[in-house]
Design a protein around this ligand. Structure first.
Ligand SMILES: [Zn+2]
Ligand SMILES: [Zn+2]
Length: 342
């Protein structure tokens, strides 16, 4: 089978390796669709483990099961979470699933024709796709689950105003989700195309690079934002987040600057204004279940985020499109199709 080994964003090598045979408690799935996540292109985050097979936004079909596997059968359509928490430790019991010591990458990456699913993920990380969720749509389960979690932690609710800074895939999913909750949404980005997407996906107001974000925000919203959702990692974006949150508001750091960056927080000002800063990293099983429901019910429509579908042989182009970000939102790889009709 063909596997894409990622060395860095410009060096991804497709290699031929033997197709694995599942052990008694494992199963083999054929990857039909796999999204390239914004985090896949973050080199400081991924390079320490390179070369590696990336891809954790997976829609796959079960093609072989071990003798002791009876939960799944051939032909089942599944999403598989790349890692799973134990559900028993202190962190899991308190809802901090991503902090569980058991949460570590266990799934071989989806940028390959097949994946050998280990026992723990057969047992606790595999989700059957509802009939009306396509393989392409299933690649949004994991990223949407992360947004579901972040908005839950921020207690986003009807009637609030939300500023989303950065309108890539996560920013746009945040907009779509906030829209279902009845928030007033203001979107900011330096890229015009992305702002047009934001507008189509539920943003009430868009703010471009040439504008003064806090000023426009107050002019359009009557005050600063109750929730600032930071989906961009530039230093300047963090600065804007500090300036745009209203008294008593919440700033969600969904994306952050690299580990070598220091961020200065205006704590004294925030203390008096009772501003909360929260971080949100990854997601947990309840968020995955919720994301599946949102996609299944079409409360969150995801198809209009797909800009590219490519075969595995175009993987370098796929990473380029995501890294460049100017014309792509969601890039999906179809590892088992030699040619993909867009
Ligand atoms: Zn992801
Ligand atoms: Zn745990």
């Amino acid at each position: 089978m063909k596997v894409a080994y990622w060395h860095n964003n410009k060096d991804i090598r497709i290699e031929e390796v033997p197709t694995p045979v599942p052990g008694p408690k494992e199963m083999l799935v054929k990857v039909i669709s796999c999204g390239i996540c914004g985090s896949d292109i973050v080199e400081w985050y991924r390079l320490p483990r390179a070369p590696l097979v990336q891809g954790h936004e997976i829609g796959a079909e079960v093609v072989a099961v071990g003798d002791s596997v009876n939960k799944y059968e051939l032909g089942d359509r599944v999403f598989i979470a790349p890692k799973v928490p134990c559900m028993k430790c202190f962190y899991c019991e308190n809802g901090h699933y991503p902090q569980c010591a058991e949460v570590k990458e266990r799934l071989p990456g989806g940028l390959a024709e097949y994946i050998l699913v280990p026992e723990i993920l057969v047992e606790r990380g595999t989700y059957l796709l509802p009939e009306n969720i396509t393989y392409d749509q299933s690649t949004f389960i994991e990223p949407l689950a992360c947004v579901v979690r972040a908005q839950r932690l921020a207690r986003v609710k009807k009637g609030q105003s939300m500023l989303v800074i950065g309108c890539g895939m996560s920013g746009l999913l945040s907009i779509k989700l906030a829209w279902t909750k009845g928030c007033k949404i203001i979107a900011a980005d330096i890229n015009k195309t992305k702002l047009e997407f934001a507008l189509r996906m539920g943003a009430d107001v868009i703010i471009g690079a040439a504008d003064d974000i806090p000023e426009r925000l107050v002019a359009e919203n009557g005050k600063k934002a109750d929730v600032v959702f930071l989906c961009a990692s530039a230093d300047s974006a963090v600065e804007q987040a500090w300036k745009c949150v209203d008294k008593g508001g919440v700033i969600v750091l969904f994306a952050v600057p690299g580990p070598d960056k220091k961020v200065v927080v205006p704590v004294n000002d925030f203390w008096m204004k009772e501003i909360t800063i929260i971080t949100s990293y990854y997601c947990g099983p309840p968020d995955i279940i919720e994301a599946i429901k949102l996609i299944e019910s079409r409360d969150v429509v995801v198809d209009d985020l797909i800009t590219h579908r490519l075969p595995l042989t175009d993987i370098v182009k796929g990473f380029q499109l995501v890294t460049d970000g100017r014309e792509s939102i969601k890039v999906i790889i179809r590892p088992n199709e030699p040619k993909v009709a867009k």
